[in-house]
Ligand binder design. Sequence first.
Ligand SMILES: *Cc1c(COP(=O)(O)O)cnc(C)c1O
Length: 387
Amino acid sequence: MIYFDNNATTPLDPLVFEGMRPFLVKNYANPSSLYRFAQGARRAIEEAREQVARLLEASIQEIIFTSGGTEANNLALKGIALRSCAKGRHIITSQIEHSAALEPCKFLETQGFKITYVSVDRYGLIDVDELKKNIRPDTILVSVMHANNEIGTIEPIKEIASICRNKGILLHTDAVQTVGKIPVSVKELGVDLLSLSAHKFYGPKGIGALYVRSGVKLTAIISGGHQEKGMRSGTENVAGIVGLGRAALLAREEIKNNERKVRRLRDALEKGIKDKITGVKINGHPRNRLYNTLHISIEDTATESVIINLDFKNICASGGSACMSASIEPSHVLSAIGASSSDARSALRFSLGKYNSAKDVEKTLKILPAVVDKLRKLSSSRKVNKN
Ligand SMILES: *Cc1c(COP(=O)(O)O)cnc(C)c1O
């Protein structure tokens, strides 16, 4: 099988699994218990917190473990909204956020908050001037994703951070697609809150974290036994947290090599596809784009047919977003970049990872042109029959 859907999820690194194993089978203690048996689990959690903090250039007190990227986004958006609603009820975000940010925003709209969805250009870059113009006295939070999961465009977070800082507004970024792929430093970016998820960088599913800059106050959205300093109650997912820590440690070691390797593969796939197939458009920013992501529209094809035919040949690709794949509506990201409906309905995303090889690319460059050829012949013969 050839797996080209690493923006949806990545395989677990065996080294990460080995790190988790003791906490799944042997050390099952509740980390909050007082006896010595529980101290191993507690220590492991705090070690993982340090590993995550180090990856982000944050301090350990600034990391809150959550059940993943979705919960981290929910905690950031709802947590700040609940905490700061006396100051204001206006939030600015972008039109191309992941549903894990858009849906909490929609929920907040039902609770009397006003949300501004800033537009993006044809490459998916946020309109920073529009963002600036929409700042109001009651704006409490700006939330813009670091990189888009569908088209891979990397947003100018540093620039947005300096605008927010000047206006005294908090900035959250959904960095689920960048943490572990490219160096992400909260200091360098200048953000106040940042979401990440382990399963997007070779860690386990169901664990993530929210970075909250020291001094930033938010209201918990899950209350209970006061774990994570009351910011996220519930017995800790010890194995998951250890897995996230390991994944963060590995990312620090591997990030440069992974980038070099994966970028080369993605570029080869991109060039091969452009050379071998006519009517291909590349979506996303030509330069400010994740090095692992190739998002294209293939004229006179339909996303579902291409994906199913690639699947017959054991190639896993995506239409853009795993979370949207069950819907028939074209992606909100492609609408936002102004893609035509035919470009949106023929969209295909290859997202590569460190376990891909040159052979994967080679095989795909044999199979995809044949698939496209077959589908185009089928559709043109159907048109002829109709006439
Ligand atoms: C995958 C993803 C999420 C959701 O993370 P989970 O850990 O699966 O909840 C959020 N934002 C972006 C940009 C993503 O790619």
